[in-house]
Write a protein that binds this ligand. Structure first.
Ligand code: DAT
Ligand code: MG
Length: 155
């Protein structure tokens, strides 16, 4: 099976708690993702605004932008069969109450604080994964990785 790449981010609320950060890292490993790249970073306000431009004008936009540039984050470039869908499923629904009641085992169901401070991000489509991987890891060449590295992990 061919591996797919996705972008996963541990947001500032979760990175602020070392135990949670460690638990989420372990969750990635337990679910058979290959960690292709990983980096800790802090966003300026303008990075937040650019990344979430599609939400500008929504009532939560300012809150979201402020939160995402409020402290360190950890970004992962992950590979797995069906990685995009699997990571989204592990995260659970966006909204905290929906997550708690419909997916209590999910990351957001367990650790989400509010609809904004919801622990993690994951790309939601092949197109957004491409854009987001490039946003976080501009030096990474997806085509080259698919040619040279992906076959090494294939089962
Ligand atoms: P997701 O992160 O599940 O892809 P999204 O792309 O719709 O969700 O929204 C991006 C982020 O914006 C989300 O993780 C948290 C914030 N957000 C979304 N809907 C919200 C709401 N109704 N109230 C507050 N924050 C919200
Ligand atoms: Mg989204």
């Amino acid at each position: 099976k061919v591996l797919q790449l996705t972008l996963a981010v541990i947001k500032p609320d979760a990175v602020a708690h070392p135990v949670m950060l460690e638990a989420l890292h372990q969750r990635i490993l337990d679910n058979n993702f290959v960690i292709v790249k990983c980096k800790d970073l802090v966003w300026r306000r303008r990075d937040s605004e650019r990344f979430y431009a599609e939400h500008s004008g929504r009532f939560f936009y300012q809150r979201l932008v402020e939160f995402m540039s409020s402290g360190p984050m950890r970004a992962y470039l992950l590979a797995r069969e069906d990685a995009i869908r699997h990571w989204r499923e592990l995260m659970g629904p966006t909204k905290v109450f929906r997550a708690r009641y419909t997916a209590p085992e999910s990351i957001r169901g367990q650790f989400g604080l509010t609809d904004t401070r919801n622990t993690t991000h994951g790309s939601d489509s092949i197109e957004s994964a491409r854009r987001e991987i490039d946003f976080f890891f501009p030096d990474f060449c997806m085509e080259e990785w698919m040619d040279k590295e992906e076959p090494l992990f294939r089962s």
